[in-house]
Design a binder for this molecule. Structure first.
Ligand SMILES: Cc1ncc(COP(=O)(O)O)c(C=O)c1O
Length: 420
């Protein structure tokens, strides 16, 4: 058996393989340079062009760009009409920005637990929450497409509609994912994307809200521009100086520099997604032989976009916990990460929301999750290094055979057989 790097052996890689990173080529750089030489650095022609192409790509009527995914979520929470006294129901298994956007509006986030297979908002738990709380205060349901696997959008959409709430889909992980034959973006009332460098497409920082509703799109456009009813470029072109501020907005605009990058990145999105799917297939094939590693589930009718590749450890088969496995992988120079600490467990939320409510599925998953490297510039050799390191570590820490019999609480069989 190989000696683990954490015990003084040689690491699988000499340099750290990150869990995610951008890839830019000369066309991206050239597009940015051209904008830098042009008249408009912000809210010029590239913004509208990027929004139009993006909307067409995801299959939505409108797309409104924002300076980050977080700002886009804030815009969606505002457009949904959330305010003090209102509630929005969301998942604890997400990045804190998903719930924070509700707080920005002075409203209250309420959590409902996730489904064990996808770790997405469980429609049954949502229905239970809606019936317990009475729906009148619930103005929005905010689902997350965890790791790029679309949430149960049809079921959640029906529940939202029945209770007079809007469905906001946080698809920051899921650009390019398909749900029942459609790309995410044109399905929920508003779908939010992020263009952070670890995402499928990057503009440095950036975000977008896609919607089919013209009124929501108009509100989003005003909100990201101080609540002002027209843009500076429109006024310059029409020779007008007059403008009105009609609502309290922010400066959440995305620059022309960023949108030029977004346009060239969008052209490479389809092959980049295909590459991520190949890496996922390589992992799934290798880990089929390793029952201590539970690979992500893919439900029927769904094609995930694979922003992350979170595996769950079958801890019942291992002599150590997630912390030790994580540290051992880092010592091998495999840049693993954990997505996510459930939002309600962060100190800010614990101190303010004193409800003792538990979310057992999300909490159990958190103890087991490790995100393996997943980005489209990864080579087959990179993926093989990850597989080598995981296998070496799991073999080292595997409990003596027989100890694990019948002890797993994970949906292992289902997950393996459904992996794309
Ligand atoms: C699920 C989710 N929502 C929202 C965000 C916020 O996006 P941004 O970093 O672009 O503000 C992220 C960022 O990683 C995310 O993962």
């Amino acid at each position: 058996m190989e000696t683990l790097a954490i015990h003084g052996g040689s690491p699988v890689r000499e340099k750290l393989l990150p869990y995610g990173r951008q890839s830019l080529d000369d066309a991206d750089i050239q597009a940015v340079v051209e904008v830098l030489k042009s008249d408009w650095l912000t809210t010029g022609p590239k913004v509208g062009e990027f929004e139009e192409r993006f909307a067409a790509w995801v299959g939505a009527r409108h797309a409104v760009s924002f300076s980050s995914g977080t700002a886009a979520l804030h815009g969606a929470a505002f457009a949904a009409g959330l305010g003090p006294g209102d509630e929005a129901i969301t998942t604890p298994m997400t990045f804190c920005a998903t719930a924070n956007c509700v707080l920005y509006q002075g409203a209250t986030p309420v959590f409902a637990d996730v489904s064990a297979d996808t770790l997405n908002l469980d429609p049954g738990e949502l229905a239970r929450k809606l019936s317990v709380r009475g729906s009148s205060r619930v103005k929005a349901i905010i689902a997350v497409d965890y790791a790029g696997h679309p949430a149960a959008l049809d079921e959640l959409g029906v529940l939202a509609k029945t209770h007079g709430a809007l469905l906001i889909e946080d698809a920051c992980h899921a650009l390019g994912a398909e749900y029942r034959g459609k790309r995410v973006g044109g399905i929920a009332d508003m779908t939010v994307f992020s263009f952070h460098p670890v995402k499928h497409l990057t503009t440095g920082e950036g975000g977008m809200v896609a919607t089919n509703d013209a009124r929501l799109a108009e509100t989003l456009r005003r909100f990201r521009n101080h609540g002002i009813s027209s843009e500076a470029r429109q006024r310059q072109e029409s020779g007008q100086w007059f403008y009105e501020m009609v609502l309290l907005g922010f400066n959440y605009r995305l620059t022309d520099i960023a949108c030029a990058l977004g346009l060239t990145q969008l052209e490479k999105l389809a092959p980049n997604l295909a590459r991520r799917r190949e890496i996922a297939a390589q992992y799934a094939e290798a880990f089929r032989e390793l029952p201590a590693i539970v690979t992500p589930t893919v439900r029927d009718g769904v094609d995930p976009a694979l922003h992350l590749y979170p595996v769950r450890l079958n801890l019942e088969m291992l002599a150590v916990g997630r912390g030790e496995i994580f540290r051992a992988l880092r010592a091998e120079n495999i840049g693993v990460n954990v997505h996510y600490i459930p939002v309600h467990q962060h100190p800010y939320y614990r101190e303010r929301f004193t409800s003792q409510e538990r979310y057992p599925v999300a909490e159990d998953a958190y103890e087991r999750l490790i995100s393996l490297p997943m980005f489209h510039a990864m080579t087959a050799r990179d993926a093989q290094d990850v597989i080598h390191a995981v296998t070496k570590i799991v073999d080292h820490y595997r409990k003596a055979s027989g100890a694990e019999a019948g002890s797993s609480s994970m949906p292992i069989g289902q997950s393996r057989q459904e992996e794309a």
